[in-house]
Write a protein of this length. Structure first.
Length: 201
């Protein structure tokens, strides 16, 4: 056999092996692999060394199943009694269905953040400022229920939504500070003076 033919066979064999090996993938213990095969969903891959069809036939998306906290940027919302406040939040989510998380929404993390922002607008708009400041446990429950019900079709479970960075308008902060100073002055003025050593005040 001619050397050129042998070289072609060896080169072709090496190329074929390289193509076949390119289909090897590692899925970690906390991940699941979602396969899109020629545009349609294929099998979901469990953790371990897995093989997908090469040459772009299979597209693998690894989905993290661990609970993950996401920061929701603070933005201004209006309370039920018309007070503008700046509110941020932290949401904790977990993927329950990797296939839905890949096929039902473009980016489930970003979509969840936007959902929490919408929830803040709706829930805070139905809440008075006093309730927002003093009953944050009820606010957290209302927000979590709002977001979880709407994220469920994406295969996402929202386990908690925690408020943070509740900032009042500067004018209201100054008014509250003045009121606190006045109360402190009235308390000092109304307090009885201490008796002297001889019993006189």
């Amino acid at each position: 056999m001619e050397p050129g033919i042998i070289a072609a066979i060896v080169g072709g064999s090496c190329a074929l092996v390289a193509v076949l090996l390119s289909g090897l993938r590692v899925v970690r213990e906390y991940q699941r692999g979602v396969i899109l095969r020629l545009g349609r969903h294929g099998p979901t891959l469990d953790p371990g060394l897995r093989y997908i069809l090469p040459l772009g036939i299979d597209r693998l998306t690894r989905v993290d199943l661990r609970s993950a906290p996401l920061d929701v940027p603070a933005h201004e919302v209006i309370t039920h009694d018309g007070v503008p406040v700046v509110v941020g939040a932290t949401v904790t989510l977990q993927v329950l269905n990797p296939l839905l998380a890949v096929t039902r929404v473009v980016d489930y993390r970003q979509a969840t953040v936007q959902l929490v922002q919408a929830a803040l607008r709706d829930v805070v708009a139905a809440t008075a400022l006093r309730e927002l400041l003093l009953d944050q446990e009820a606010m957290r429950e209302a927000l979590a229920q709002f977001v979880d019900a709407r994220a469920e079709p994406w295969g996402i479970r929202v386990t908690s939504v925690d408020l943070r960075d509740v900032v009042l308008p500067d004018a209201m902060q100054r008014a509250m500070a003045r009121q606190a100073e006045l109360r402190g002055g009235q308390t000092t003025a109304s307090a009885p003076s201490e008796p002297n050593a001889d019993g006189r005040q």
